[in-house]
Every structure is written in structure tokens, then in C-alpha cells.
Design a protein around this ligand. Structure first.
Ligand code: TXA
Ligand code: MG
Length: 343
């Protein structure tokens, strides 16, 4: 496998995983890992996830894995759950941005597992997008961002989940979900006592990556949260006002609301609200599509809900420049002000 050879030689290879495409390099080599940061244009204080292919390999990348964390790994791996461990000396400080901890996961994708096995290295890999762009869920997305910057892309077709792995810090007390993902808080609750979400307590380390604006579309994105029956009635007037102010508006909606919008306003559907894993899978491709359409303003539909809905909303909230919450007392005023700011 040429890709494995490149990894062994300290080069960067893009490869498919079940979440999003990754940009991989030998996690034990500082110069290899540096190339990943360079290719992405990623700030060097944002650590990478180390990908492994076996439980034996876990022992070489972490120190003193606690029993309960190993149990959780045994339950979810291979799969879209990243766990934080104490780092072993074999992992380059460049991969962990100098932290004493390391984020590890075993991806549930045959090509990724084969690449790790054949290279014989743990592979440090962030998502294979340019920093600030949506994560790639199709090989075309990787090419769009990385062509000419990396020597090889392994084509594995569309990613299954389309959103990045859940990052869980079991070294925190209570254990903390640093980044929501396909494995949801509801999935984890029966297995992880007192698992908490996000912020955490004062002084606890969080995923350093969370402080960066992950993805900001070129056009300002107004996120309007609401139920399937009411949300289009809030989105349409504000879209109309923006259009009458001279803006080219693009809508991000769902199959349920698509027909409520007139054909003269271009709309991209995430899929059915009742098939949320499908919406997650389409999310980043839809955001890329809106960028390509070159619209000056995006009005996006948002939902409430737990589980994977919360994961989708986490990503949409990060992409948004403004959010109108469902049932906000001053919704109408907020919508009007949004139009004044971004006609
Ligand atoms: O699904 C995924 O996780 C994909 C695929 C390629 O595996 N990878 C991915 O990597 O999303 P990236 O680099 O885009 O996101 C890694 C996240 C960042 O938020 C980073 O700050 C956090 O994990 N992270 C990495 N190491 C950490 C550590 N030691 N402690 C806390 N957070 C860490
Ligand atoms: Mg990323």
C-alpha cells in the first residue's frame, strides 16, 4: 500500500473514516505531524486525535489507561468516540500540542484500519479540511481543499456519519463531553456515571479546538430555531426582507419545510427532520454547497432536541453569526435587527 509507505516516510495522507476524512501522519514523528498543521493551516496549539487499529497499540500510545476507560473503549471501538488519556513518551509533543494528555480513537473504517496496520504507526489526524472550512465528508471535499498540498488521498466514498467523533474526557470529574458527536450524551449516560456536557467546572481543561471558530461560511449565517410547523414562517419573512434589501439569500432547510419556500429563493435541504442521521451526513456538504452558490446571506433552519439533533445544532451554532432561539420573547425584534445588520 503506497499510502502506508508514505506514512512511514513521514508524509501526509488523506484517508476516509466513518465520521469525516482525516489528514494523517505518523504520530510519533514531530516533522511528519508538522506537515499536517502546515497543510491545513491549523494553529499549532490545537492538538490532534491519534488513531489506532488495535488495543495492543493503545498500550504504546497512552500511559496507565484506567480500567473504566478501557472498558468504555472496548464497548465503542472501533467507532466514533474519542477518549482522552495520559500520553506516552512515544507520541510526539507536536501531535498533542505539548499537552500531557492524548486524544485517541479507533476508527470504524476498513481503509483507515488497514492504513494504520500497514504503516505500523499510530496516525495523528485532524479532519482533512483547510482550517476554517467544513470537515470533508466526500473525497471531492478533500480535493477541493488539499489538492497540491498533499501527495495522496485514499477514496472511501461518502463518510457514514458526516460529523466528527464525540470527544469524551474521562480524566475530568465528572467525565466531560468536550465535543458532541455521533455517540450522544444519552448513549453514554448508562455507561458513564454523571457524564456532563461541554463547559465543565472552573479550571478544567477543555478541547483546545473549541475556542476556534470552526467553520464560518463566507456569507453570514442566521440560524432560526423552531418546530417543523412554525420555523418556515419565521425564516421566510426575514429571507424576503433580505432579498428586498438587495441580498442574494440561500436557505438551508429540511425536506419538511422545502416546499414552504418559493422557488425564487435558492434552498438546500439537509434531508428529513425525522431522519437526523441523514441530516448529519449531509450537513457539511450542504454548507459547502451554499458557499459555492456564492450567496451573500444564509438563513438556516435549526431544531431543538437531544442526541444527534444536539450534535447537528452544535455544528450549526458554530457556523452561525446570529441565532434566533425558538420562542425567544423578542423574536420579531431580533429578526428585524438581523435584516438591518445584514440586509
Ligand atoms: O471524527 C473525528 O474525530 C475526525 C476524524 C478524522 O477522526 N477528526 C477530527 O479531528 O475531528 P480534529 O482535529 O478536527 O478535532 C480534534 C478535537 C479538537 O477539538 C481538539 O482540540 C480535541 O479534539 N483534542 C485533541 N487532543 C486533545 C486533548 N489531549 N485534550 C483535549 N482535547 C483534545
Ligand atoms: Mg476539524
Amino acid at each position: 500500500m503506497r499510502a502506508a509507505e508514505l506514512i512511514r516516510r513521514g508524509e501526509v495522507v488523506a484517508f476516509p473514516t466513518e465520521t469525516v476524512y482525516g489528514l494523517g501522519a505518523d504520530a510519533t514523528s514531530a516533522s511528519a505531524v508538522d506537515k499536517v498543521y502546515q497543510a491545513k493551516g491549523r494553529p499549532s496549539d490545537n492538538p490532534l486525535i491519534v488513531h489506532i487499529a488495535s488495543f495492543q497499540q493503545l498500550r504504546s500510545v497512552v500511559r496507565n489507561p484506567p480500567e473504566r476507560v478501557r472498558e468504555l473503549a472496548a464497548y465503542y471501538w472501533p467507532g466514533p468516540l474519542t477518549l482522552i488519556f495520559e500520553k506516552s513518551a512515544s507520541i510526539s509533543d507536536a501531535a498533542t500540542a505539548g499537552l500531557g494528555s492524548v486524544a485517541v480513537r479507533m476508527p470504524a473504517h476498513p481503509v483507515a484500519l488497514e492504513l494504520i496496520r500497514r504503516s505500523g504507526r499510530p496516525i495523528a489526524a485532524p479532519s482533512a479540511n483547510l482550517s476554517g472550512r467544513p470537515s470533508p465528508t466526500l473525497p471531492e471535499h478533500v480535493l477541493a481543499d488539499m489538492e497540491g498540498r498533499i501527495p495522496l488521498l485514499l477514496d472511501g466514498g461518502p463518510a457514514t456519519y458526516g460529523v466528527e467523533s464525540t470527544v469524551l474526557d474521562m480524566t475530568a470529574d465528572p467525565p466531560m463531553i468536550l465535543r458532541p458527536g455521533p455517540v450522544t450524551a444519552e448513549d453514554l449516560a448508562p455507561l458513564v456515571d454523571g457524564v456532563a456536557f461541554g463547559g465543565g467546572t472552573e479550571g478544567q481543561p477543555r478541547a483546545p479546538g473549541m475556542k476556534y471558530t470552526h467553520y464560518a461560511p463566507k456569507a453570514p449565517l442566521l440560524l432560526v430555531v423552531g418546530g417543523a410547523n412554525s420555523v418556515a414562517d419565521k425564516m421566510l419573512p426575514v429571507a424576503r426582507l433580505k432579498v428586498s434589501g438587495g441580498a442574494t439569500v440561500g436557505l438551508l432547510c429540511t425536506d419538511e419545510t422545502l416546499e414552504r419556500f418559493p422557488p425564487d429563493i435558492p434552498a438546500v435541504s439537509l434531508g428529513s427532520r425525522f431522519a437526523p442521521y441523514g441530516m448529519a451526513k449531509n450537513l457539511y456538504a450542504s454548507l459547502r454547497k451554499l458557499d459555492e452558490m456564492g450567496v451573500g446571506s444564509i438563513v438556516a433552519e435549526g431544531f431543538t432536541g437531544d442526541g444527534i439533533y444536539a450534535t447537528i445544532m452544535n455544528r450549526l451554532r458554530k457556523a452561525a453569526s446570529e441565532i434566533i432561539e425558538d420562542g425567544a420573547a423578542d423574536e420579531v425584534r431580533q429578526l428585524t435587527e438581523s435584516v438591518r445588520r445584514h440586509p
